[in-house]
Design a protein around this ligand. Structure first.
Ligand code: DX5
Ligand code: ZN
Length: 251
């Protein structure tokens, strides 16, 4: 059965979800207030264990702390080796949607992990990195609420968008019209529209919000870009995309 926050993600899409990775961790409550004032419809929380990815962020205390100060849907992206070990504590901390990485598991484990998370009464998503083929998640597509198509290798903010993953969105949109599709990594004023045109519903944004002074204006600009009528192939699967991929990351 779908949870109310999951319905909020569905009915609120297309939606931009700020990623709590590039924020000011010294002022989380202030950051939350600024995002609420900017009208965000949910928060994306990047949990990294320093093992599945070579970066370490935060766990249940931050999820619980944010939960105490907002009713916004909390979308928790688990970049961790053992998602099931932390699924229940994350739900108890206030997560509404838990997304795990298919690369963290043996192929036969993913459907069971998806079902176990679903049984906790929250939404469940499965994520795949840019080089991971779509075929690895096929066995889970009837079990999950969302597929997170990574447009950068999981682990760091500020990386360049990999336009080759747009094919995965198109393919999923065609085969599963009702599945929530999310993209994460390098989403900005140039890349949000091609992702939308490829069928994406939820757009995770770090740098393109948190590097701006005014989050409300950043959100307005991103929404205008997403809905613009301009040709969306600017950053398509092109040489320009390759050039952007080669730029560095900084978080
Ligand atoms: C990467 C994270 C993302 C990322 C988004 O592993 O899952 O949420 O930090 O940040 P930008 O928008 O800067 O790529
Ligand atoms: Zn993320």
């Amino acid at each position: 059965m779908a949870t109310a926050p999951l319905e909020a993600f569905r009915s609120g899409s297309p939606a931009i979800l700020p990623s709590f990775l590039r924020c000011d961790f010294g002022d989380l409550k202030g950051e939350l207030g600024r995002l609420v004032d900017a009208g965000v419809k949910g928060l994306h929380l990047d949990v990294m264990d320093g093992h599945f990815v070579p970066n370490l962020t935060y766990g249940m205390p931050i999820v619980e702390g944010l939960r105490r100060h907002t009713d916004l849907p909390l979308d928790v992206h688990l970049m961790i080796t053992d998602p099931l070990a932390y699924a229940k504590p994350m739900v108890e901390a206030g997560a509404d949607l838990l997304t795990f990485h298919v690369e963290a598991l043996r192929p036969d484990e993913a459907p069971d992990v998806a079902s176990a998370i679903k049984d906790l009464g929250v939404g469940v998503g499965i994520a795949l990195n840019p080089e991971t083929p779509l075929s690895t998640v096929t066995s889970c597509l009837e079990l999950v609420d969302m597929v997170l198509v990574m447009s950068v290798e999981a682990g760091f903010g500020g990386q360049a968008f990999n336009a080759s993953v747009l094919d995965k969105l198109r393919s999923l949109r065609n085969s599963h019209p009702d599945l929530l599709l999310q993209i994460d990594g390098g989403i900005d004023l140039q890349t949000i529209k091609p992702a939308r045109d490829a069928g994406c519903d939820l757009f995770v944004v770090g740098s393109a919000i948190f590097k701006q002074e005014d989050y409300a204006s950043a959100m307005r600009d991103l929404e205008a870009a997403m809905h613009s009528e301009n040709d969306s192939t600017v950053h398509g699967e092109s040489a320009e995309g390759d050039e952007r991929r080669n730029q560095g990351s900084d978080n």
